[in-house]
Design a protein around this ligand. Structure first.
Ligand code: HSE
Length: 440
């Protein structure tokens, strides 16, 4: 005979009924019995607040459930969990603070809010004795937060390499596989609903950077300051770079790299990078996300799935609601983010080291390579290979050279690039990217 499962009704207040909010409502209904049996809790959305209650929506709600003032959620004594899905960092911040002070568990998918104010919010959560859960904030439906908080809790995290922005991955995949320009690939992503009408947050790299801050903070036990991360977007990638990358055995991905060195310095950066075609991350295509976590005990682990969209993201919110229900039914577990003292310092981005890809448009005359090599050589930067595609020599006397560079710090590389860019024989701004070997 199975032991009876305690039953409790958990009343939820939902702020935001956009794509994800509607998915949470729909999927909670869809799997209500299963969730009740698994968690011992009946999770019910008691109140929903939206900006415009007259807007047509897929979800039909009784009139008394819907409102426009988020204070109604905080002030309702029956509501024990508040789900924040309104986005932004102003009203969402006020709501989360008020919810914590009212001793309500917070569930949020708001990566920008956590990246910007995580330290303060988790301190407040600790002070108020209620947790913040945020599985939906990183990589949509992939349960990567639980992986770091629970599955790999006994590991020191050596590194994380993530493709954690579906919009950029879709754009780069189409540029690589269909030879589209950046502008055409972006337009296509917008037509298919992957990219927002204003895609700035995604294509600038900042959406992925916000997620990287969260993953790095969980991994290294101190909240990573936003001004210590390095971020580059995908707007400047040229289709020619995909052709050269391919010839050299690579593709290009917007990669978030999180890593601690042996002195405990933590680097967090998001930028387009060359990834070996033979590596599993190279085959993560379209709007999919993947996160490769290397732990000192477990070794390499890979998590793959949809990083955005109504159903995948609502799956993560529902997982947090079940965690909240477990806390309320069975007693407290963890509070969201647990600081620890093993690390605590961010590595200056100038000191981070990698290989590089460098494409130069130069005068097609003898001695050009010698000038470029001399600049690199003076800074102890080694060239590992070079190609000069003959089909790109043009009648104006210019040609293209592509160099692969050995390990160099970003600081040394930036200084060399400045000097190379100023050479009279170099005719366009140098185009360069990191090459990630994905080892360790
Ligand atoms: N816009 C994001 C993406 C999903 O394209 O991955 C939400 O962070």
């Amino acid at each position: 005979m199975t032991a009876p499962v305690p039953q409790r009704i958990i009343h939820v207040g939902l702020a935001g009924l956009g794509n994800v909010g509607a998915g949470v409502h729909k999927n909670l209904e869809k799997n209500r019995d299963l969730i009740r049996q698994r968690t011992g809790a009946d999770i019910r959305v008691k109140r929903v607040v939206v900006r415009d209650p007259t807007r047509a929506r897929d979800v039909q709600l009784p009139e008394e459930v819907l409102g426009t003032d988020w204070h109604a959620l905080v002030e309702d004594p029956e509501i024990q969990v508040i789900v924040e899905l309104i986005g932004g960092t102003t009203t969402a911040h006020e709501l989360v603070c008020a919810a914590l002070r009212a001793k309500k568990i917070v569930v949020t998918g708001n990566k920008a809010l956590l990246a910007e104010r995580g330290q303060e919010l988790f301190a407040l959560a600790e002070q108020c004795g209620v947790p913040i859960y945020f599985e939906a904030a990183v990589a949509g439906g992939i349960p990567i937060i639980q992986v770091l908080q629970e599955g790999l809790v006994g590991n020191r995290i050596l590194s994380i390499h993530g493709i954690i922005n579906g919009t950029c991955n879709y754009i780069l995949t189409r540029m690589s596989q269909a030879g589209l320009s950046y502008a055409d690939a972006l337009r296509e992503a917008q037509e298919k609903g992957y990219a927002e009408a204003d895609p700035t947050l995604d294509v600038s790299g900042w959406d992925a950077a916000h997620k990287a801050i969260i993953l790095a903070s969980l991994s290294y036990g101190f909240w990573i300051p936003q001004d210590k991360v390095h971020v580059e977007g995908v707007e400047h990638i040229d289709p020619a770079d995909f052709r050269f990358a391919q010839q050299l055995g690579y593709t290009i991905k917007l990669l978030s790299v999180i890593r601690a060195d042996d002195k405990g310095l933590v680097e967090v950066r998001t930028q387009p990078a060359l990834v070996p075609l033979s590596h599993v991350l190279a085959s993560v295509s379209g709007s999919f996300n993947a996160v490769l976590v290397n732990g000192d005990i477990v070794g390499e682990t890979l998590f793959y799935g949809r990083g955005a969209g109504q159903d995948p993201t609502s799956s993560s919110v529902i997982s947090d609601l079940c965690e909240a229900a477990a806390v309320l039914v069975y007693g407290a577990r963890h509070s969201g983010f647990v600081p620890h003292g093993l690390y605590g310092r961010s590595k200056p981005v100038e000191d981070t080291v990698s290989h590089y890809y460098l494409r130069l448009t130069v005068d097609d005359v003898p001695g050009v390579m010698a000038q470029v090599a001399a600049v690199l050589g003076r800074r102890q930067i080694g060239i590992s290979s070079m190609i000069q595609p003959e089909d790109l020599e043009d009648t104006s006397g210019r040609t293209t050279i592509v160099l692969m560079i050995h390990d160099a710090s970003l600081g040394a590389m930036q200084a060399a690039l400045e000097e190379i860019g100023a050479l009279a024989c170099v005719r366009e701004k140098p185009s360069w990217m990191r090459v990630e070997t994905l080892q360790g």
